[in-house]
Design a protein around this ligand. Structure first.
Ligand code: HEM
Length: 412
């Protein structure tokens, strides 16, 4: 029997508001764990077990809408995107193409590439933290969390330093068109940004084909030359996916982590005294304040999620940020605890066939950042009376700034 419960939290739900969602998500888990939100047309899923089940059943719950614009596009924006000639990246592709392309992409994320990137990550973090140490007080989001993952990823992807600002800008266009709520005028501006971004990925693949280098697109082209079944356009699609997925997410993780640790001082002090806690602290941070709090699927047939009937064609929003605090899996789930034994069963990187391909890179980068921050700036704190605002969209819980004071006394 289908059970749809009444819930005030469900009635007042605003799918784009990520400013302080945890109390609402808790109520939803208790009162209406799967409900239809008439304002957005989405079925919202908040319990850990239900989210995992949806992720796990890729045939019933297709990923094809993972990158669809959340707000329907106007005719002009649609035309620009259509003429841009896109192909899908990875996260919205379906088997068998997804299986084939992902297998090849994974070879370029192997231990060899990670080993070679680690010292480069250390150098980028060292340089960035040396610069901010001179400031004493600054916006951690803008000056540390924003540039570091981009510089790391773009080094790995073979993007020259002078192109970094425009690629970062295009990534914002892509995020806003896909997950935001833009006016028609802005849709046109950002649709052009997405098309430029796609053209850039295609040109980069062509350039590496002509002249291979020691980077990710050249690795994929070498695999192709050795017989791997992947076209140039599919390689550009993987670049397009990865160039976006690989930096905004890690930027947000770093910024959210600083907020969590500055407001849970005991944990910060413990990590500072014992850096061996960094791996378990990283898992708890990923659980407690994930960068991506929700992700989408499309029901292909009439089905059920938990006890609730969901029709074929239903758009589904899984709130991993809520599942990550579900008491059924994480006792006292609203509490931040870097000793939590099962923190790594969080849903922050998704689950199943689309599980995040860059999770090791994200954890490695974050671990180095946490080690260096606790070592160099033990007295860092959030500046007083700071209100932290978050980007308005459905998936990325991004603080707009995180002002910190390094407590260095006198640095200016
Ligand atoms: C804290 C950082 C990160 C978070 C929270 C995150 C989260 C996610 C999530 C939720 C998905 C969708 C999973 C699913 O549908 O089951 C995903 C997929 C993906 N991620 Fe990440 N990610 C992060 C970092 C990265 C990095 C560093 C890279 C690349 C360098 C990356 C590349 C990708 C790609 C290519 C996919 C698509 C995989 C597929 O569809 O097979 N991500 N990520």
């Amino acid at each position: 029997m289908s059970v749809i419960q009444q819930s005030r939290a469900a009635e007042n739900y605003d799918i784009f508001d990520l400013s302080a969602p945890h109390a609402t998500w808790k109520l939803l888990r208790e009162e209406a764990p799967v409900f239809h939100d008439p304002a957005s047309g989405y079925w919202v899923v908040t319990r850990h077990a239900d989210i995992k089940a949806v992720f796990d059943d890729y045939q019933t719950f297709s990923a094809e809408i993972a990158q669809a614009p959340m707000t329907p596009l106007c005719t002009e924006a649609k035309r620009i995107i259509k003429e841009g000639g896109f192909t899908s990246g990875l996260s919205a592709r379906m088997p068998p193409d997804h299986t084939r392309i992902r297998k090849i992409a994974q070879t370029a994320f192997g231990p060899r590439r990670f080993k070679s990137i680690e010292p480069k990550i250390e150098a980028i973090i060292d340089r960035t933290l040396n610069d901010v140490a001179k400031l004493g007080q600054f916006d951690f989001f803008r000056q540390v969390a924003y540039p570091v993952p981009a510089l790391v990823l773009f080094t790995m992807m073979g993007i020259p330093d002078e192109d970094v600002p425009k690629v970062k800008e295009w990534a914002v266009s892509r995020a806003l068109v896909t997950w935001g709520n833009l006016s028609e005028e802005d849709q046109v501006i950002h649709a052009k940004g997405m098309v430029d971004y796609w053209a850039y990925c295609c040109a980069l693949v062509a350039a590496r084909k002509a002249e291979p280098q020691d980077d990710f697109p050249s690795d994929l082209l070498r695999a192709q030359a050795d017989g791997a079944d992947i076209t140039d356009e599919e390689i550009a699609g993987v670049m397009y996916s990865t160039l976006f997925a690989g930096h905004e997410t890690t930027t947000t993780l770093m910024a959210n982590a600083v907020i969590a640790l500055m407001t849970n001082r005991d944990a910060w002090d413990e990590i500072r005294e014992n850096p061996a806690l960094i791996p378990s602290a990283t898992e708890e941070i990923l659980r407690y304040c994930p960068s991506i709090v929700s992700w989408r699927r499309l029901a292909k047939v009439d089905t059920k999620i938990g006890d609730v009937d969901v029709p074929a064609g239903a758009n589904i929003l899984m709130i991993m940020g809520s599942g990550n605090r579900d008491d059924a899996v994480f006792p006292d789930g609203e509490r931040f605890d870097i000793h939590r034994a099962n923190a790594r069963t969080h849903l922050t990187f998704g689950y199943g066939i689309h599980f995040c391909i860059g999770f090791q890179l994200a954890k490695m980068e974050f671990g180095i950042m946490l080690r260096e921050l606790t070592k160099r700036f033990p007295d860092m704190m959030l500046t007083n009376e700071q209100q932290i605002d978050y980007l308005r969209n459905i998936s990325f819980r991004v603080p707009l700034k995180v002002e910190v004071d390094l407590g260095l006394g006198g640095a200016a």
